[in-house]
Write a protein that binds this ligand. Structure first.
Ligand code: HEM
Length: 157
């Protein structure tokens, strides 16, 4: 049962912000981008979940070796990178729309959008570093983390 009833006050979104100048149909592109990236994210995320959680041993297979095995292939590196960047831009743009709708003061909108941009950029940079600098054989590791291939780390050194 819903907790809202006819007497519950509803906070209406503000009217759209008009900057007074044409922004090259930016909001139309934004609308289209949210739908296009949504469809792509569906494919990227559900394939990711299927491979990681359903195929093979399911959730029990996820460990350091599983990640190392996946990221040995450039296909999964690119897949994870595209998923990261697209989800962050999609989520960041969605949050931008929510800020435009609900933040009433100009200074508040600017502050929140600056914080949002910083968060999106930080997560994209850190996530990309994890994906592209991942080392399956860290110097201080014996190679035990890669069961089934005990000599793998000695072989690659
Ligand atoms: C399964 C994949 C996804 C699909 C199909 C999808 C689809 C969509 C669509 C169509 C919209 C536009 C809604 C509107 O304009 O009213 C939207 C908005 C949004 N999405 Fe996604 N999305 C997905 C994943 C994500 C992810 C991973 C994030 C976070 C990183 C995210 C965050 C948001 C936010 C914050 C909004 C704005 C919500 C609003 O305006 O009320 N979405 N999504």
């Amino acid at each position: 049962m819903s907790t809202a009833d006819a007497t519950t006050p509803v906070v209406e979104p503000l009217r759209p912000i008009r900057s007074g100048r044409s922004r090259n149909h930016a909001e139309q592109w934004s609308w289209l981008f949210m739908r296009g990236s949504g469809v792509l994210l569906l494919v990227l995320i559900f394939t990711h979940l299927f491979i990681n959680l359903f195929s093979g041993d399911g959730v029990n297979q996820i460990d350091f070796a599983f990640v190392a095995g996946k990221w040995a292939s450039p296909v999964w590196k690119i897949w994870d990178f595209v998923m990261l960047v697209l989800a962050m831009i999609h989520g960041g743009n969605g949050m931008r729309l929510l800020i435009n709708d609900y933040a009433r003061e100009t200074w508040m909108r600017k502050t929140l959008k600056t914080l949002l941009t910083a968060c999106v950029a930080t997560i994209v940079v850190l996530g990309s570093l994890v994906i592209f600098t991942f080392d399956p054989c860290p110097l201080d590791a014996s190679g035990d983390l890669l069961p089934g291939v005990p000599t793998f780390c000695e072989d690659v050194r």
